[in-house]
Design a protein around this ligand. Structure first.
Ligand SMILES: *[C@@H]1O[C@H](CO)[C@@H](O)[C@H](O)[C@H]1NC(C)=O
Ligand SMILES: *[C@@H]1O[C@H](CO)[C@@H](O)[C@H](O)[C@H]1NC(C)=O
Ligand SMILES: *[C@@H]1O[C@H](CO)[C@@H](O)[C@H](O)[C@H]1NC(C)=O
Ligand SMILES: *[C@@H]1O[C@H](CO)[C@@H](O)[C@H](O)[C@H]1NC(C)=O
Ligand SMILES: *[C@@H]1O[C@H](CO)[C@@H](O)[C@H](O)[C@H]1NC(C)=O
Ligand SMILES: *[C@@H]1O[C@H](CO)[C@@H](O)[C@H](O)[C@H]1NC(C)=O
Ligand SMILES: *[C@@H]1O[C@H](CO)[C@@H](O)[C@H](O)[C@H]1NC(C)=O
Ligand SMILES: *[C@@H]1O[C@H](CO)[C@@H](O)[C@H](O)[C@H]1NC(C)=O
Ligand SMILES: *[C@@H]1O[C@H](CO)[C@@H](O)[C@H](O)[C@H]1NC(C)=O
Length: 396
């Protein structure tokens, strides 16, 4: 009798746990994000059919821009062909990936986005046109890469833009009975800007509510703009400054953004310096110019070629979680498989949603993309905020 009621109780408890987990999974089905930007400017040597889709969950077509006079997307015939070819090629792939159109980019005039975001009427033109564009070419979502809002007013406008964009996306999904488009944004590594320009902070409440996630640009911390010393361009930690992924990602979380909305950027490129003294070659070593590559930039693939050709010394730096190589006075800071895998583990420890790469075609035969993907097994996203609470599980 005593045994019977104990088993009964145990059964009820187990049932309740299972039911609670079921509810969480059903009401909050999120999967790990393994994203990558696709370089549409290189589509002839890197056609969409060549993308190894088993390594990614989301591929972002970069970049498109709205017209600077109508604020709508006016797609040329050649771009239209590329767009439809892109989604058609990826739809045939097994496994499938989701596709997004990325709007903006580093080479775009940020004033255009400031103008669009500044008024309700221009926001509406832009938003409606972007939704129409994504649907017309069969994309799953939209990404905004405005580099960067320049002051507190523009940050506030960005918040309005995201809110109205989300409402419009929901309205369109309701009206057409289709899954809502995804909405993401590429953002600065930290939630606020403390290094240059006017102090400003991203509209976290709006982002938290309106975006599926942010793609945090955890790179370009050091580069051609300072040739006096070598640096880890994408240091995860920096004992001497706040310019690190650890600082940046934590700043987003501490500002109240849900961890499942934070995706860490990983660079498939490195930055180079010319050492002052070839015998002094650590991170922070004196330099007096740029090393190889256009403007001191080499793709991961080019770095591997450089290392082999010159029998360069390759070092992993555990302090910053980064890799560097040198030969003579040429010095390269980058991420190889070791530092990339270490960073992917850090992202998991932080409870983030996933990672993304800039940019697909810079890898060498999918080496880094493969190691990163293997380092986050079976695609599950688990919320690790609260020790002791039941994990919030997502499925791949
Ligand atoms: C274009 O793609 C080819 C093939 O993957 C690659 O070798 C080249 O570096 C890419 N160039 C750019 C600018 O992305
Ligand atoms: C269309 O896609 C195919 C397969 O990916 C590729 O070979 C071709 O170059 C693409 N054409 C255009 C115009 O992008
Ligand atoms: C708008 O874009 C056109 C074409 O790219 C350019 O010539 C013009 O200067 C731009 N106008 C403004 C106000 O930025
Ligand atoms: C673009 O395509 C449309 C529809 O196929 C066609 O009517 C138009 O002439 C084309 N424009 C150019 C500049 O080729
Ligand atoms: C513009 O503002 C009005 C009133 O606040 C609102 O109803 C409308 O949805 C806004 N436009 C957009 C694009 O959301
Ligand atoms: C979309 O539909 C849901 C469920 O019916 C509703 O709660 C929501 O308000 C609708 N959203 C918009 C923007 O119409
Ligand atoms: C973000 O959303 C979560 C869940 O809805 C909420 O608990 C948190 O307070 C929000 N953060 C901000 C800054 O609005
Ligand atoms: C490459 O460098 C290592 C030391 O870093 C040296 O032991 C080796 O002999 C070198 N190989 C060639 C082919 O120069
Ligand atoms: C990195 O690649 C090297 C060479 O292929 C391999 O020996 C090593 O195990 C890899 N390390 C990680 C962490 O993937």
């Amino acid at each position: 009798m005593a045994n019977f009621s104990f088993l009964n109780l145990l059964f009820i408890v187990l049932f309740l746990i299972a039911a609670a987990e079921g509810t969480v999974a059903a009401s909050n089905p999120v999967a790990v994000v393994k994203g990558a930007y696709y370089p549409s400017w290189n589509s002839s040597s890197f056609p969409p059919s060549s993308i190894e889709t088993s390594l990614f969950t989301h591929v972002l077509y970069s970049f498109l821009a709205p017209s600077n006079s109508t604020y709508k997307f006016e797609v040329s015939n050649s771009t239209a062909l590329k767009l439809s070819n892109f989604t058609a090629s990826l739809r045939q792939k097994n496994p499938p990936v989701k596709t997004l159109i990325s709007i903006g980019g580093a080479n775009e005039n940020p004033t255009l986005y400031a103008t669009i975001a500044s008024r309700n009427s221009t926001r509406e033109l832009f938003i409606d046109s972007s939704i129409e564009l994504a649907r017309k070419y069969d994309f799953d979502g939209l990404d905004l890469d405005w580099q960067w809002p320049e002051n507190p007013q523009q940050m506030e406008d960005l918040g309005s833009l995201f809110q109205e964009w989300r409402t419009a996306i929901e309205r369109e999904a309701n009206a057409t009975a289709r899954p809502p488009l995804l909405l993401t944004a590429a953002v600065y590594f930290a939630v606020d800007f403390f290094v240059w320009g006017t102090y400003r902070k991203y509209p976290v409440a709006s982002i938290n509510q309106s975006l599926d996630w942010i793609n945090v640009m955890c790179y370009d911390y050091h580069g051609s703009w300072d040739t006096s010393a070598t640096g880890a361009p994408a240091a995860f930690f920096d004992p001497n400054s706040k310019i690190s992924s650890s600082y940046g990602l934590n700043s987003w979380i501490e500002a109240g953004l849900q961890k499942k909305k934070v995706v860490m950027g990983l660079p498939l490129f490195g930055r180079t310096w010319k050492l002052k003294d070839p015998e002094v070659h650590g991170i922070g070593a004196p330099a007096d110019g740029l090393g190889p590559g256009v403007n001191g930039v080499l793709t991961y693939s080019q770095i591997e070629t450089f290392n082999k050709k010159n029998n360069a010394t390759v070092k992993y730096d555990a302090t910053t979680v980064s890799t560097y190589s040198f030969h003579g006075t040429s010095w390269v800071g980058y991420d190889n498989n070791v530092s990339t895998v270490a960073k992917v583990h850090r992202a998991q420890d932080l409870g983030l949603r996933g990672y993304f790469f800039w940019v697909l075609s810079y890898d060498r035969e999918w080496t880094i993309s493969t190691q990163a993907s293997n380092a986050w097994p079976n695609g599950k996203w688990t919320l690790k905020d609260h020790v002791g609470a039941s994990p919030e599980l997502g499925t791949f």
